[in-house]
Write a protein that binds this ligand. Structure first.
Ligand code: ADP
Ligand code: MG
Length: 554
């Protein structure tokens, strides 16, 4: 089509744009970070596709981002020679289809502008942030490998519609031209732009060039892969800034690990432990995973969790190796000795770092635990080889500490009573239900600690973690208890568990009323205040597990 065609923005996108235009102005400069990050992503995608088809480079193999300011036109243009888009790509990506993050972003808004503007990158709605400063945005793009005629121009003032027209383009890639709205002139200043780029995009691995009046280009960022630089050259601030660019997290990371393994097979890892949960931690398809590079070329995000297991999916970072083939495929990732090595080394580093953190700084560890403890509990299930190590990192509620998940299995072992042979726990639907369970009565009376487990994952955890340092874990609602020799029994001893005649009559009556529904009805010393409770036999699923299986349709 020669004449521009008009399209309406999808409803949620319209809502988003409205918000960008009218209420996200406290941190306006981030629009540049977002557009530069899209340009860098486009360069990564080109390099990746060019592994299969080198012709995509079209005699222009060096990736770069160029930023041109036109003061009289009041525009800033961010140009890249990355993958580019064709007409369908533009329609799909820029407005007619709401991306999954759009709704989520709108739902996550707090009303605090500073905080809300930080969310933009996380939810994949960065492009629209251009409208924070623009009254009109133009995108001129052409996909790598297609002819100049496949070029398209997208244009919008952000108020409900955009237009699209064919517009030939010799160079592949994308120009995004931002026409500044009234009052946004500060962004015409190169000093200001340089400052923003250094703040947010210093570690983008491709050069960002700022052009001056004479069309002389100045490279503004470091433009090197930070993880390849020696540790001794890097400051805490460098790492924190790199993390910010990688994760769009609003909090600095709690810890990072930067390691280089040399030898016949070499690799570098830079791993971060975040301080807060990303929004999609518990979604099955989520989890960005680590970013895999081969000789500095971005290959893929490890969404399938080959580089680190799922229970460590909160870890962010980069893995780079010189000894993987550049055309590494998902299949190859599944069966590769070097990948196995990288994975084992990374798991060990993360677990060791967490161990050290727990030892050195309990308060910070507690912060980590409240963000990611639930995920870490999947560890003994997914990774039996490291079950004991992970178990050492777990924290629980217990009858000695009901306020927060703070009790470690090591704490528990230390507090065990003389002669106690098991770590006792009780699972249930909620903390309140567990706390008030009659099963705890006798334990409380004897001062024997019981772990209180109320998260759904806890059932699976205890099903897979049968012991810790040779002490078995035992459910208090199951089988026979062997408490007689334990602790001080401050309660009055029941005369005998051998029931009196009247109790016997009651038991028989209950047994005949309940019939097949129960295996047995007996008198017990398990309770001190409550009249009765349900116990399951040693080898059956616990009550809570039975409830969960039923809810899941089993
Ligand atoms: P995200 O970058 O998280 O995917 P954005 O809103 O920033 O979300 O961008 C939306 C999509 O638009 C991108 O995923 C990409 O497909 C496309 N896009 C944006 N900018 C560019 C660009 N410079 N080159 C190629 N594609 C781009
Ligand atoms: Mg983006």
């Amino acid at each position: 089509t020669k004449t521009p065609e008009t399209f309406e923005f999808q409803a949620e996108v319209r809502q988003l744009l409205d918000l960008m235009i009218h209420s996200l102005y406290s941190n306006r400069e981030i629009f540049l970070r977002e557009l530069v990050s899209n340009a860098a992503d486009a360069a990564d995608r080109l390099r990746f596709e060019a592994l299969q088809d080198a012709a995509l480079f079209e005699d222009d193999p060096e990736p770069e981002v160029r930023i041109v300011v036109d003061e009289s036109a009041r525009t800033i243009t961010i140009s890249d020679n990355g993958i580019g888009m064709n007409r369908t790509d533009v329609i799909d990506n820029l407005g007619t289809i709401a991306r999954s993050g759009t709704r989520r972003f709108l739902d996550a808004l707090t009303g605090d502008q500073k905080q809300d503007s930080q969310l933009i990158g996380q939810f994949g709605v960065g492009f629209y942030s251009a409208f924070i400063v623009a009254d009109s945005v133009t995108v001129h793009t052409r996909r790598a490998g297609e002819s100049a005629d496949a070029g398209v121009r997208w244009q919008s003032d952000g108020k409900g519609e955009f237009s699209l027209e064919a517009s030939p383009r010799a160079r592949r890639g994308t120009d995004v031209t931002v026409h500044l709205a009234e009052g946004q002139d500060e962004f015409l200043s190169r000093d200001r732009l340089r400052q923003v780029i250094r703040r947010y995009s210093d570690h983008i691995a491709i050069p960002i060039r700022l052009l001056d009046d004479q069309d002389e280009a100045e490279t503004v960022n470091q433009a090197s892969a930070l993880w390849m630089r020696p540790k001794s050259e890097l400051s805490d601030e460098d790492y924190q800034q790199f993390y910010q660019q990688l994760s769009f997290d609003t909090e600095p990371p709690l810890r990072w690990m930067h390691n280089k393994v040399e030898g016949d097979q070499s690799f570098t890892t830079l791993l971060f432990i975040p301080a807060q949960r990303p929004f999609d931690l518990f979604e099955p398809e989520s989890g960005h995973g680590l970013r895999l590079y081969v000789r500095r070329v971005f290959i893929m995000e490890d969404r399938e969790h080959r580089l680190l297991p799922r229970y460590l999916r909160f870890v962010r970072g980069v893995v780079d190796s010189d000894d993987l083939p550049l055309n590494v495929s998902r299949e190859l990732l599944q069966h590769n000795r070097l990948i196995d090595r990288i994975r084992a080394a990374s798991v060990k580093r993360v677990l060791d770092t967490l161990e050290r953190l727990a030892k050195d700084d309990a308060a910070v560890y507690q912060r980590f635990w409240s963000a990611f403890g639930t995920v870490l509990k999947e560890g003994p299930i997914e990774d039996p080889g490291n079950a004991e190590k992970v178990a050492g990192l777990l924290r629980f509620h217990s009858t000695q500490d009901e306020e927060e998940q703070r009790v470690s299995l090591a704490d528990y072992l230390e507090r065990m009573k003389e002669g106690q042979k098991a770590i006792y726990y009780l699972t249930g639907e909620s903390l309140a239900a567990v706390r008030n369970s009659p099963h705890l009565e006798v334990f409380r009376k004897r001062g024997v600690e019981v772990l209180l487990l109320a998260e759904p994952v806890d059932e699976w955890l205890v099903a897979h973690l049968s012991k810790y340092k040779d002490t078995p874990l035992r459910a208090v609602g199951k089988g026979e208890l062997e408490l007689d020799d334990l602790g001080e029994d401050t309660a009055e001893k029941p005369e005998s568990v051998e029931p009196s005649a009247s109790v016997k009559t009651l038991l028989e009556r209950l047994q005949s009323e309940l019939g097949e529904q129960v295996e047995d009805v007996r008198a017990s010393s398990r309770l001190t205040d409550s009249p009765a409770c349900i116990v399951v036999s040693e080898h059956d699923f616990g009550i809570n597990m039975q409830r969960m299986l039923k809810a899941a349709g089993h």
